[in-house]
Design a protein. Structure first.
Lengths: 177, 662
């Protein structure tokens, strides 16, 4: 009886090892979005500064576009930013922004400092839309098709590689539909 | 050329470690005495080889050789030399090489210091230790080669994460690793004892200095990590129950239990299987802590290498080492028979309580860290476990344990008498009560936690002093004679007293920082001010400055009390253009009674600069208390070191005879 007891640590460890194994199999950046292939939730966000246009779900209908969730408080967003500027300058596809959980004025100041790649930006200080979209952290980027449905969800920074190998092929495919 | 040399040295180290491990196991089976000499030489060879590899990598960073991939990714010519050098371990590959260096460093130290006693035990320890080294050098060579080339090399490097560009980084990971890896030696000793089927007081005496060394390094490493968070992250948080912090706390709790149970084993020849299990678990938790972070199982602010392939390799190493050792434990621990008996009221029984509570606390932290992961693997939900959970479970549990500290130190081994001890401690209890009530009155919040923490700190600190006074027979005999007794007191007792006193200081500081902190914030234009407690803070001016590899907005502030200037503060917000990141350099005015902690945020054109002001009472005592804790560890090591060398009196070891399993 006593001897069996001595194997208890091993058994507990093996059970836990199994769970870690399962945990490893899940790529933390490949979270399936609940929103894939569904229409965007209806929303109408105000602009991030007085006199700035806001962003509503109607703005995203009519052409393939990117929807980027960012915040001035988010260091990876600053890393991602030059790439968004480059996409915006190329004019390949319009980018819409959702300023997530910023204090009033911070988002506008941040865009004034780093440049504004967005066709329109909506202010989401409470994170309402972010919850509906199933955001886990900033930055995240969605590819929206002509009918305003979410077709692809990228978690993390968009860099040269992600743009070229992942987002652009999706955009080309959607434009051909 | 240098990179290839480093790689070559690393390959050699791997080969030597692997060969040594196999040779010792084989040699001991045939009973060849040559093995012992070889074990020692091989250990030193491993250390020299890994040291050479580490020197090569350091050289590559120092001269900014961007044809080396790691250097190109993590360094920059504009970086100050100090941060180029600390950049060696500011990345995954380099930090793994540092891990291997410290691992072989401990093996080398054992080879250097081991006396020709218990040769079989020591050689077996080398065999296990070399196996660990072989596993980690293989991990380096096959999945995280620090000497990979990048051809053609880029013009310049990609900088180091500016958050990590801080003096804290220079010392924090090496200290922490020295703690984590130090427990590899005790792990190897424990496995060696299991393989040998024999463990006794002598084993405990040989192992204890190593356990204490690892514990001391880990203590200092955790304190440095906390101070790094406090000074660099910009909101004065020193402990956030972040998975990475928990990962260092768990081996600390297990290690603390281990050094106490070792003492029981040394004195009373009991708790054997439990002590061995603690030795195995402490290192298991160290490895799990150091590597789960890197595998992507747990993601947090600290995770700077999320890579599944490495994760699988590391997981394989962990499963083999931990699973293998626990298997051997299951098979062999039954051989370890205690000879001592337990009586209800004795020092060993209080130490048993200490062990049970520490193990439970460790389990609690483990649960809090891994339960969210468990939930995400079995369902789609995600949950987080934060400070409230620990405040309601961990804190009361440890608080209750700390009440025992002075009692335990004064109870006798074998058969103690509780009443005389309690009578001696009565003044401490009264002072603690008075202190708690005073804290409740003075601190103008109705917080019971503040009163309890203060009372506890006073109870422990005075308890330690009363214990020492008893040992010196202070005020009972002539003062001179008392001094002589103090001088003759073994260093181990001093170590215990100093460490427990440090604990009291830390408890008090934690109470001050968490229960009595104050904070406020406001948008300020230059010339405007805000009030906190009796202080008035004025934002005098803000200017743009250019640093070596960053540009910053620097805010000058003055803190006044009753028109008297208390301090001038300079807070910065830095932008690092190469990485496009911003960091906060908080302005801290540290006093013994508390810190004034100021940061400035992103300015708003109409409303000015957001200024955040925090008051952290007694924050500085966190670091002082941690240093005292570490000093206690050092004193005990000095004592144990002397005893291990056979200096001073040592009782004849009681040996347990290996018994055949029924």
């Amino acid at each position: 009886m006593n001897r069996v007891f001595l194997f208890l640590p091993l058994v507990i460890f093996l059970v836990m090892g199994l769970y870690f194994g399962l945990g490893l199999r899940q790529d933390p950046s490949a979270i399936p979005s609940q929103q894939i292939d569904r229409p965007l939730p209806e929303f109408d966000l105000p602009g991030i500064a007085d006199g700035e246009p806001g962003l509503s779900s109607a703005d995203l209908v009519g052409q393939v576009s990117l929807l980027n969730v960012f915040g001035s408080w988010c260091p990876p967003c600053a890393i991602e930013h030059p790439m968004l500027m480059q996409i915006s300058r190329s004019g390949r596809v319009p980018i819409y922004g959702v300023d997530w959980r910023d204090r009033p004025g911070d988002g506008a100041a941040w865009l004034a400092r780093h440049g504004n790649p967005f066709a329109r930006v909506g202010d989401d200080p409470q994170g309402r839309l972010a919850i509906d979209l199933g955001i886990t952290g900033a930055p995240e980027t969605f590819v929206i098709d002509q009918e305003g449905r979410v077709r692809f969800h990228h978690v993390g920074i968009v860099d040269e590689t992600v743009w070229r190998d992942t987002l652009l092929p999706v955009i080309v495919a959607l434009e051909a539909e | 050329m240098i990179a290839e040399l480093g790689q070559f040295a690393l390959i050699l180290a791997f080969v030597v470690a692997l060969f040594q491990s196999v040779a010792i196991f084989a040699g001991l089976r045939t009973g060849d005495a040559v093995v012992h000499g070889f074990a020692r030489t091989g250990a030193i060879a491993q250390f020299v080889l890994v040291l050479a590899a580490f020197a090569c990598l350091t050289w590559l960073f120092a001269v900014s050789d961007f044809t080396a991939l790691v250097v190109a990714e993590n360094s920059h010519t504009d970086k100050p030399m100090l941060y180029k050098l600390t950049g060696v371990w500011g990345n995954h590959e380099g930090s793994m090489l540092l891990w291997a260096l410290i691992l072989t460093g401990y093996t080398g130290a054992l080879a250097w210091s081991a006396k020709p006693v218990e040769a079989r035990l020591i050689s077996l320890t080398f065999a296990v230790q070399s196996l660990i080294t072989a596993a980690f050098t293989a991990f380096l060579l096959f999945t995280s080669n620090p000497f990979a080339r990048l051809w053609p090399g880029p013009e310049n490097g990609q900088d180091l994460n500016p958050l990590l560009q801080d003096p804290g980084l220079a010392s924090h990971p090496p200290m922490l690793y020295a703690g984590y890896v130090g427990f590899s030696i005790t792990f190897s000793f424990a496995l060696a004892a299991l393989i040998d089927g024999r463990v006794d007081a002598r084993w405990a005496r040989i192992v204890r200095p190593w356990a204490l060394a690892a514990w001391t390094f880990l203590t200092i490493g955790i304190a440095l990590g906390a101070s790094w968070a406090y000074y660099e992250l910009g909101w004065g948080g020193w402990w956030a129950w972040d998975p990475v912090e928990n990962a260092s706390l768990m081996p600390w709790l297990a290690g603390t239990a281990f050094i106490h149970s070792l003492r029981v084993m040394e004195k009373r020849d009991t708790l054997k299987a439990w002590t061995i299990l603690l030795a195995l678990l402490t290192f298991a938790l160290s490895m799990a802590g150091a590597f789960l972070v890197r595998s992507g199982v747990l993601t947090s602010v600290h995770a700077f290498a999320v890579d599944p392939e490495r994760g699988v390799f590391i997981l394989a190493i962990l499963v083999a080492l931990i699973g293998g050792s626990l298997l051997i434990y299951g098979l062999r621990a039954g051989l370890l028979k205690p000879t001592g008996v337990f009586s209800g009221i004795s020092r060993e029984s209080t130490l048993l309580v200490n062990n049970l509570v520490l193990a439970a606390a460790c389990g609690l932290v483990f649960f809090g860290t891994f339960y969210p992961l468990f939930i995400t693997t079995v369902s789609d939900e995600t949950i987080t476990i934060g400070a409230p959970f620990y405040n309601n479970t961990f804190n009361p549990m440890l608080g209750a344990l700390l009440v025992l500290v002075p009692v335990s130190g004064m109870l006798a081994w074998k058969r103690g008498r509780l009443m005389p001890v309690l009578k001696d401690l009565a003044p401490a209890a009264l002072a603690a009560l008075a202190g708690g009530v005073a804290a409740f009155w003075i601190a103008d919040r109705g917080l019971v936690a503040g009163a309890l923490g203060t009372g506890l700190a006073i109870w422990i600190a005075l308890g330690v002093l009363i214990d020492l006074a008893k040992r010196f027979k202070l005020f009972q005999i002539e003062f001179r004679a008392s001094l002589a007794r103090a001088a003759r007191l073994p260093l181990g007792i001093w170590g215990m007293a100093v460490a427990h006193f440090g604990l009291a200081v830390v408890v008090f500081a934690i109470t001050g920082v968490s229960a009595w902190k104050q904070e406020t914030s406001a948008f300020l234009m230059p010339g405007q001010h805000l009030d906190i407690r009796q202080l008035t803070l004025t934002l005098d001016d803000v200017e743009q400055v250019e640093g070596a590899n960053y540009v910053a907005e620097r805010g000058y502030l003055t803190a006044r009390r009753d028109q008297q200037v208390v301090s001038n503060l300079v807070a910065e917000r830095r932008h690092y253009p190469v990485r496009g990141m911003a960091t906060t350099e908080s302005a801290i005015h540290a006093r013994l009674t508390g810190d004034i902690y100021v940061t400035i945020g992103q300015p708003n054109p109409e409303r000015g600069w957001p200024v955040f002001v925090y008051i952290y009472p007694f924050a500085i005592w966190l670091w002082i208390g941690s240093a005292i804790l570490g000093l206690g560890g050092l004193l005990s090591i000095a004592d144990q070191g002397r005893r291990a060398l056979g200096v001073g009196r040592s009782p004849v070891p009681i040996r347990a005879k290996p018994e055949v399993a029924e």
